[in-house]
Design a protein around this ligand. Structure first.
Ligand code: EPU
Length: 429
């Protein structure tokens, strides 16, 4: 078992370089299958979800070669659909992109039901509705999603009942090689949707409107390989921005697209944090007290649900009571119990966390309940004095590239330790 051990209380100071975005990298890796060719993908984050995505691609016959630490070559010429191992795809959410990619390339897909962070029910009915609109028959059988377009995929209109990132990308993947035009309405507008569309367009696809709520995909006969660099991860950037503010430090968060950070920056400024924007970096510092504020998570360009737990830790330090409302996922407050162990005063009422600020967090042994909740525990550990131990860090390492190294470089005292199983279960003697 691995843990993080943090001796907190030191303000973080200095520069940090943000890696490529997890939620763009994974779909782009799966999207490369559509090319049946060789793609080189740059600025890949070194995270477990990327490693797993590449392993899944290898398992279906792609040749995968790391050209540098952050650059991979994927040759999907000899890949075969329908052969991805259940145990691999169930370990992550993004594996659902293999459905759209296999369906688009072979007219048939068979992929295990995806896993991912547990925020309650996470249905994929909208993905399925989109595939069906394009002419596929879809069934879910023994934990496996099977989609087949017996007469080929045909462009169509797809209206999503809610804004879904995964659904939007998956329908784009299925539509790029379909006959005719697909129009996706009520599409998600996240920067990673634009990145996936840009990647596919570089490969010869004809997608317009990505970044708006109406996306048009004109099917093409064939795609070609390309070289493409992933955009920076706005959630990793936001996590460091909050870590700087929470520890009362001053950080230069580099290799970002400040426009993608607007909602995070706006909320930090409302709290009294100073955020200066430059071309590809932001400078974040905090000199005084923090104001209480209210936040509601929303699809982009609203405040991201993936920043909600980290922001909760910062609100614990504000003057007064803040309301933090989660409107994307039904159950994303499980980590609050862990923060309470550290002394936080938070009541969860339905989808709103009522956070009483001004409580001094105390070091404690806690768990990373999921990826972003784990990041929140790290921030909490960094801003309280004493030794915090965080368990189940595999969640964190699914999505943060070299978190320990990057934090250590800006002055944090954080280590990863490995506890032998014999010690864990008390059977050493
Ligand atoms: N939804 C449905 N039916 C569907 C699809 C979605 O009811 O067919 C609901 C979901 O249950 C949720 C809402 O619609 O209530 C939005 O879900 P969405 O499809 O946008 O989320 P996702 O694709 O499952 C991705 C990211 C999440 C991120 C959300 C929202 C990946 C692999 N995951 O999830 O990232 O929170 O979009 O931005 O891209 C993370 O990185 O920590 C993470 C959880």
């Amino acid at each position: 078992m691995e843990k993080y051990v943090i001796n907190g209380g030191t303000p973080l100071r200095g520069p940090v370089d943000i890696s490529g975005m997890k939620n763009a990298a994974c779909p782009i890796i799966f999207a490369s299958l559509l090319t049946g060719s060789v793609c080189v993908i740059e600025n890949l984050p070194a995270i477990n979800d990327v490693a797993l995505s590449l392993e899944i691609m290898q398992s279906i016959g792609c040749r995968v070669r790391m050209l540098a630490k952050d650059t991979v070559e994927i040759d999907s010429r000899d890949a075969e659909g329908g052969s991805s191992p259940f145990d691999l795809v169930r370990k992550m959410r993004s594996s659902y992109y293999l459905l759209g990619a296999e369906l688009g390339r072979y007219g048939r897909a068979c992929v295990g039901y995806p896993g991912g962070c547990d925020f309650g029910v996470r249905p994929i009915d909208q993905h399925i509705k989109g595939f069906e609109a394009l002419g596929a028959e879809v069934s879910v059988d023994s934990g496996c999603v099977v989609a087949e377009a017996k007469y080929g995929l045909r462009g169509s209109s797809v209206y999503f009942d809610m804004v879904t990132v995964g659904g939007t990308i998956n329908v784009i993947l299925a539509a790029v090689l379909a006959k005719g035009m697909t129009v996706i309405e009520n599409a998600a507008r996240e920067p990673h949707i634009v990145d996936v569309a840009n990647f596919l367009n570089t490969c010869g696809a004809r997608i317009t409107g990505a970044g708006t709520d109406t996306i048009r995909v004109r099917g093409v006969e064939k795609l070609r390989g390309c070289t493409y660099a992933i955009i920076p991860d706005m959630i990793e950037a936001g996590t460091f921005m909050i870590a700087a503010a929470a520890t009362g430090g001053a950080m230069v968060v580099r290799n970002v697209i400040p426009k993608h950070l607007e909602s995070i920056t706006a909320k930090l400024e409302e709290m009294g944090v100073i955020v200066e924007e430059y071309d590809d970096y932001v400078y974040v510092t905090r000199s005084g007290d923090l104001n209480r504020i209210n936040i509601k998570t929303l699809p982009y360009p609203g405040f991201p649900t993936d920043m909600q737990p980290q922001m909760c830790v910062l609100l614990c330090q504000a003057n007064g009571v803040s309301f933090l409302t989660e409107s994307i996922f039904e159950n994303r407050f499980k980590y609050v119990e862990e923060l309470r162990l550290m002394g936080a005063s938070i009541i969860v009422d339905g989808r709103t966390a009522i956070i009483e600020g001004g409580t001094t967090l105390q070091a404690a042994p806690v768990r990373a309940m999921d990826l972003r909740a784990g990041a929140a525990m790290v921030i909490a550990g960094l801003c309280c004095k004493g030794r915090t131990e965080i368990d189940e860090i595999f969640h964190i390492e699914r999505g943060y590239d070299n978190l320990v190294g990057k934090l250590t470089a800006v002055g944090a005292d954080i280590r990863k330790i490995v506890i032998p199983d014999s010690v864990e279960y008390g059977t050493a003697n």
